[in-house]
Design a protein around this ligand. Structure first.
Ligand code: ZN
Length: 254
């Protein structure tokens, strides 16, 4: 079977038989692939340190239609602050889970690979927790955009009217904003500032995010909104959502 070399992020790992692991990798060149790492659970495995969740490694893979064989792996970026800081780690696991669940096996887009690297690098070095939320929101918006799921933020999805940056409503089932006349009971109210930040982050660069000052309540609201929207899209829960909520709740009592 042909071998190929590619960079990739580990999104998920699971044990397989006594000594192996099945690893989901989001690669730069071949989209999302599943690989088997043989013998990686043995104590002397040389591959194990290069197969941590969220790490960027260079892989040598043996190509196959279903399960590929990982013949070598060498870590390139470990984002070590993301692993040592609980708050940062929750963002890392959320983003890995989101990407794993949203990206289909056949989808390949290197811009998403670079967006993921940019986002992880930025949270890795950024100290301000509020900005971690903004980076994650920006990542979610841009990932949804790349994958064709970006919610409509400028016009009412029911009547088409242009929406001002004032109180409007978000509808999961309509895929974005609706105006006050079209809102239904299940819609979520968004303030003008919340809508403004969403619109801004879709197009924002990292230097834009580094200059932003946003109240934590606002970024929490938008984070939750995008996760619930993603949940709606996937029709299955993203468990890390609850992990973030638990971490935030824990910090209240510190
Ligand atoms: Zn309307």
């Amino acid at each position: 079977m042909p071998l190929y070399k590619t960079k990739g992020f580990i999104l998920k790992k699971s044990n397989f038989e006594d000594h192996h692991k099945i690893v989901t990798i989001f690669t730069q060149t071949h989209g999302k692939v599943k690989g088997i790492s043989k013998g990686v659970r043995k104590i002397k495995s040389k591959l194990a340190p290069h197969l941590e969740i969220g790490m960027m490694s260079e892989f040598m893979l043996s190509e196959s239609k279903s399960l590929q064989t990982i013949t070598s792996a060498k870590s390139i970026k470990t984002y070590k602050n993301l692993r040592s800081d609980l708050h940062k780690a929750t963002h890392l696991y959320c983003m890995c889970e989101l990407l794993d669940k949203l990206v289909t096996d056949s989808f390949s887009d290197s811009s998403l690979f670079f967006l993921f690297d940019e986002s992880l690098s930025s949270i890795d070095r950024e100290q301000d927790q509020g900005r971690h939320e903004l980076i994650t929101i920006r990542f979610m918006l841009k990932a949804l955009h790349t994958l064709g799921y970006l919610p409509e933020l400028f016009n009412c999805t029911k009547c088409g009217s242009v929406l001002k940056e004032e109180v409007n409503y978000f509808s999961h089932s309509h895929g974005g904003m609706v105006c006050a006349s079209c809102k239904e009971n299940s819609c979520i109210a968004l303030t003008g500032d919340e809508l403004k930040v969403l619109r801004f982050l879709v197009r924002a660069s990292f230097s834009d995010v580094e200059r932003m000052q946003v109240q934590k309540k606002l970024s929490d609201t938008l984070n939750t909104l995008l996760f619930t929207y993603t949940q709606y899209l996937l029709s299955k829960k993203i468990n890390s959502t609850y992990m973030v909520e638990r971490t935030d709740a824990m910090q209240v009592y510190r």
